[in-house]
Design a protein around this ligand. Structure first.
Ligand SMILES: CC(C)(COP(=O)(O)OP(=O)(O)OC[C@H]1O[C@@H](n2cnc3c(N)ncnc32)[C@H](O)[C@@H]1OP(=O)(O)O)[C@@H](O)C(=O)NCCC(=O)NCCS
Length: 240
């Protein structure tokens, strides 16, 4: 058992090239539900099947470190916007909340108790086919981004992207929440801050945002609802 993330966030990361994880794929298969097996079978590429398997193993083994449920026995249900959540929490078990993100080479799972949490990881070498910032970011974000030297813009773009994704994932809405209705201000080395359009009816003071570079090519953004002081965030690489 691990220490429970009451008033804390734990983020476990898996490098998808991790040999120890790749050696355990058969064991990971045994943890999945029939529905997860069906989803896995729909992937065309082996690489995507492997990432899917490792992701399921990461979530299940991570949750089992906090709740007395064996990894294969967790059951999940997606909310109306697709966010998986724990189904049938055993009586007395902590109100574990989690969020998953995967990108080329990296999988992340953030876990906390009784509060909204969203995580996003992106490979910063990712090729973008259209002007995502111009089309989807808030006007102030676009103008702050455009003020930067061109070579910095691509890097800082992923700061906004991962933070915006982390927030919409924490809320559980996904892209049903308009990306232009909230704006981040990057204040390094201070944490980023957020402002909301009135339509979102959300309070910036109740959010904590965190960023990290888990590898030189991966940007990570975290959003977690807090009710007081900042929460400690533990980040580490694991083999599920
Ligand atoms: C689905 C979405 C929630 C995240 O997509 P993404 O960034 O491509 O993918 P990530 O790997 O970070 O997240 C996927 C995981 O989020 C979880 N998820 C799915 N729907 C979710 C929702 N509504 N809220 C929170 N989490 C959700 C799932 O666990 C999913 O993984 P799984 O299918 O393996 O279980 C949604 O925001 C989306 O489609 N984004 C598209 C990306 C984009 O164009 N962004 C614009 C730039 S800001």
């Amino acid at each position: 058992m691990d220490v429970l993330p009451f008033n804390a966030v734990h983020i476990d990361l898996v490098d998808t090239a991790n040999k120890a994880a790749l050696d355990k794929l058969d064991a990971y298969k045994a943890l999945m539900s029939a529905d997860e097996h069906e989803r896995m079978a729909r992937f065309v590429f082996d690489r995507d099947r492997r990432a899917f398997l490792i992701t399921r193993a990461l979530v299940r083994t991570m949750l089992s470190r906090y709740g007395s449920v064996p990894p294969a026995e967790w059951r999940f249900i997606a909310n109306v916007h697709g966010r998986p959540e724990i189904l049938d929490r055993p009586p007395g078990a902590p109100d574990l909340r989690f969020n998953i993100s995967h990108t080329d080479g990296l999988i992340a799972c953030a876990v906390t108790i009784g509060r909204e949490v969203g995580v996003d990881v992106e490979h910063t070498g990712r090729h973008l086919t259209h002007d995502v910032a111009g089309r989807h970011f808030a006007p102030n974000e676009v103008s702050d981004l455009r003020k930067l030297p061109e070579d910095e813009q691509k890097k800082v773009f992923f700061d906004y992207w991962t933070l915006k994704e982390a927030y919409i994932k924490a809320r559980g809405f996904g892209l049903a929440l308009p990306l232009g209705d909230f704006a981040f201000k990057l204040n390094p080395p201070a944490p980023p801050s957020i402002t909301f359009e009135p339509s979102l009816e959300d309070d910036p003071a109740t959010w904590q945002f965190m960023q990290d570079w888990p590898t030189p090519h991966h940007r990570l953004g975290l959003a977690v609802r807090r009710d007081g002081a900042d929460l400690p965030v533990r980040l580490r690489f694991v083999t599920p």
